[in-house]
Design a protein around this ligand. Structure first.
Ligand SMILES: Cc1ncc(COP(=O)(O)O)c(C=O)c1O
Length: 424
């Protein structure tokens, strides 16, 4: 940080005043939700760090991005990490790593197995990278990939699995890794909802070639928009950096490319195709402070989720995802399923909650094969997905912010009890 103590002190006072007056203005406005899907988790430190980048004219990807990448890799316990402008871009780069024209791991048209309940950019990334997506059903009790269907869907063309640890609940990595080994499949992991989750003491995202993370506003930590790829080795990291920025070699390990026989300016030397999905140092400024707060945020999310789940576990008509004893979930939200034999529908309970000021939403995107986009791509129409259909019809989720209070959860439980009581 280039700001000195004196300026930091003055700025802190000014930002505190700004934050205070904006919260007073917001409080004066009628609020639709007292329990929203997300709450802001950043404050004075992130704003000052971002201002420091703006005032030192270092707004594009620079030293803070590098520093944040290094610190993230230490937190994640992986070889290296590569920051990008969103979790979707992280998914995109991981898929383009598989079909990278330089050292391709897979051929165009090879099959990749992807769960049908996920955020759609996971699917689009694989398709755009030239892979044939084969969908796997999802187990409604865990919200994760159905292991039996996973093995059933493998064909001689299947070369990779693209997992998602939905809602921060880790997939059964013992079974997934056994299948991957048996059929010689590459693994990549979408951990955009699972930052900090572990399977048997290993952080998710570290099981295969790479793992993706999202730092969107409502996620475990935020850089406003932003994402990261956790990489298994140095080679992958360097290839991802090239794909991240235009296909050029700037910021890449100079020992990897010998340019002596090329009549090109080494600062503008292109060695592959690529995108521009670079983050800014303003985003990295947020990341540096949010990463320090992350263990506290996650601890609080788990405490609040457990309090709520204790209530849900005693309800006959509502359930929440079950986790394996080997899993340490890093809950992203409060996901729920309404039992099919419940005396009320999903719509009735979510309508009630919305009227009472509790924001609700579908479980990620439900069964994506049921969306209009499925008509465009033949991949969607091959099978039915009974597990995903249950999530689509019966599932919804509520927010889970480290800034919600115990009293918020008590009030939420009271609200749900009042609704359920009518049916007893
Ligand atoms: C599972 C999953 N993957 C990918 C993404 C994409 O992340 P972003 O919104 O940062 O592009 C999300 C976003 O919520 C997600 O939930």
């Amino acid at each position: 940080m280039t700001l000195n103590n004196e300026s930091t002190k003055k700025l802190t006072g000014a930002i505190e005043l700004l934050l205070e007056s904006s919260s007073r203005i917001n409080e004066a406005k009628p609020r639709r939700y007292w329990y929203p899907l997300s709450l802001a988790t950043y404050g004075v430190e992130e704003i000052i760090e971002a201002l420091d980048s703006l005032c030192s004219f270092r707004t594009t990807m620079w030293e803070k991005t590098l520093q944040f990448e290094r610190q993230f890799a230490v937190y994640q316990n992986c070889s290296d990490s590569v920051m990008v402008n969103s979790g979707s871009s992280a998914d995109l780069l991981m898929c383009f790593l598989l079909t990278n024209p330089v050292q391709p791991l897979l051929n165009l048209g090879d099959e990749i197995l992807v769960p049908i309940v996920t955020w759609p950019t996971q699917i689009w990334s694989a398709m755009m990278a030239g892979l044939k997506v084969r969908f796997v059903d999802v187990n409604p009790t865990t919200l994760n990939i159905d292991i039996e269907d996973l093995e059933r869907k493998i064909t001689p063309s299947t070369k990779a699995i693209f997992l998602v640890h939905l809602m921060g609940n880790p997939c059964d990595m013992d079974q997934v890794m056994a299948i991957a080994k048996k059929y010689d499949l590459h693994i990549i992991e979408d951990c955009c909802e699972a930052l900090g989750a572990e399977w048997n003491g290993t952080k998710v995202g570290n099981f295969g070639l790479a793992g993706s993370y999202s730092f969107f506003f409502s996620h475990h930590m935020t850089t406003m928009e932003g994402g990261m790829v956790a990489c298994a080795n140095h080679e992958i990291t360097e290839q991802l950096k090239i794909l991240r920025a235009h296909g050029w070699v700037r910021n890449v390990d100079p020992t990897l490319y010998d340019l002596t026989n090329y009549d090109v300016d080494p600062r503008y030397a292109f060695v592959n195709w690529g995108f521009n999905v670079r983050p800014t140092d303003v985003q990295a400024s947020f990341g540096l402070h949010q990463l320090q707060k992350l263990p506290g945020f996650n601890k609080r999310r788990i405490e609040l989720a457990n309090k709520f789940f204790d209530f849900i576990d005693n309800q006959p008509w509502l359930s929440r995802p079950k986790s394996d004893p080997k899993a340490s979930p890093s809950w992203f939200a409060l996901p729920l399923l309404v039992a099919t034999d419940a005396p009320f529908s999903r719509k009735e309970i979510t309508n009630y909650l919305e009227i009472k000021g509790v924001e609700t939403r579908p479980l990620v995107a439900g069964n994506i094969a049921k969306h209009p986009v499925a008509k465009i791509f033949s991949e969607f129409n091959v099978n039915t997905y009974p597990g995903a259909d249950i999530i689509h019809q019966q599932g919804f989720y509520l927010g889970l912010s480290p800034f919600h209070t115990d009293q918020d959860i008590d009030k939420l439980i009271d609200c749900m009890e009042t609704f359920i009581f009518k049916f007893n």
